[in-house]
Design a protein around this ligand. Structure first.
Ligand code: CP
Ligand code: NVA
Length: 309
């Protein structure tokens, strides 16, 4: 049985296999063909943090696959009142066929998975957001940018940045990360990504100069400067991130055919200018839609792996 907790655990071949399935499932969905890949299966969806895209895409996704999603807010289940994560996992995983969790801590997610009888999917933690990156990579392929891919990430060294690090490392593409001083990526995650990169040929660089990162990039991406749980630091962060807004002047340094990606929600005039966001909004909202298709593929893939055993 496999879980989907971080792309660190997924080889290039496996990522390609899931993305290929996502392309097929998306095509079927667009043709109004809803194959019941997971008939009568239940997906438990535990949310300890807010969500629009993750909730709607997983719930719709499992329904379209022939199953049903259970939305479990941590405020409403006993987990929020202190029931141990290990007990929550041992109970829920005896009743459902797959579990998606969005919570604060990657360590707790891993603890939950270690007790689970069914596949567990990371729906975002403080460290990683791997399902988002599968949607992002699907969007990159749809724009035929996967060859000679040069991604520039400009902004906070956060869960999105760490996920880009792992995707670049596994797929072997070039990733340039620009973060302000004091907001760099996690050192251990960077080290792990570099170890994988040595084998795959990925070129990963970091800088505190956004222009240096964007120069010639074929994909430019960013994320909020204030992630969920960091609201108290908002004012300080806005000051510290001065000069890191992706705007038209910055985009002019990228490859002329470059696309702009954003996992959303986007905060205009902070990490991205209104003008740049609107100019690239069609791609950004396709990226959001791709959450549905990519996650359906992840669920089908995990379900199949479980049956193989
Ligand atoms: N990008 C993303 O995960 O969005 P939500 O927080 O709305 O789920
Ligand atoms: N870095 C953001 C991503 C939101 C999808 C956060 O963790 O809030």
């Amino acid at each position: 049985m496999r879980h989907f907790l971080t792309l660190k655990d997924y080889s290039k071949e496996e990522i390609v296999e899931i993305i290929t399935l996502a392309i097929q499932i998306k095509k079927e969905t667009k043709e109004n063909i809803f194959k019941k890949y997971m008939p009568n299966k239940t997906l438990g969806m535990i949310f300890a943090k807010s969500s629009t895209r993750t909730r709607v895409s997983f719930e719709t996704g499992i329904y379209q696959l022939g199953g049903i999603g259970l939305f479990l807010s941590s405020n409403d289940i006993q987990l929020g009142r202190g029931e141990p994560i290990s007990d929550t996992s041992r109970v829920i995983s005896r009743m459902v066929d797959m579990i998606m969790i969005r919570n604060d801590s990657q360590e707790e997610l891993e603890e939950f998975a270690s007790y689970s009888k069914v596949p567990v999917i990371n729906g975002l933690t403080d460290k990683y957001h791997p399902v988002q990156l599968m949607a992002d990579y699907l969007t990159i392929i749809e724009h035929d940018l996967q060859n000679n891919l040069r991604v520039a990430y400009v902004g906070d060294g956060n869960n999105m940045t760490h996920s880009w690090l792992m995707l670049a490392a596994q797929m072997g593409f070039e990733l340039r990360i620009a973060t302000p001083k004091g907001y760099e990526v996690d050192k251990d995650i960077y080290f792990e990504a570099m170890q994988i990169a040595k084998k795959t040929g990925a070129i990963i660089t970091t800088t505190d100069d956004p222009k240096e990162a964007i120069e010639g990039a074929t994909v430019v991406t960013t994320d909020t400067w204030v992630s969920m749980g960091q609201e108290d630091e908002k004012e300080k962060r806005i000051k510290d991130f001065k000069g890191f807004m992706v705007d038209e002047a910055m985009m002019s340094l990228a490859d002329p055919k470059a696309i702009f990606l954003h996992c959303l929600p986007a905060y205009r005039e902070y990490e991205v200018s209104t003008e740049t966001f609107e100019k690239h909004s069609e791609v950004v909202f396709s990226e959001a839609e791709n959450r549905l298709h990519a996650q359906k593929a992840i669920m089908v893939w995990l379900d199949k792996k479980r049956d193989e055993k």
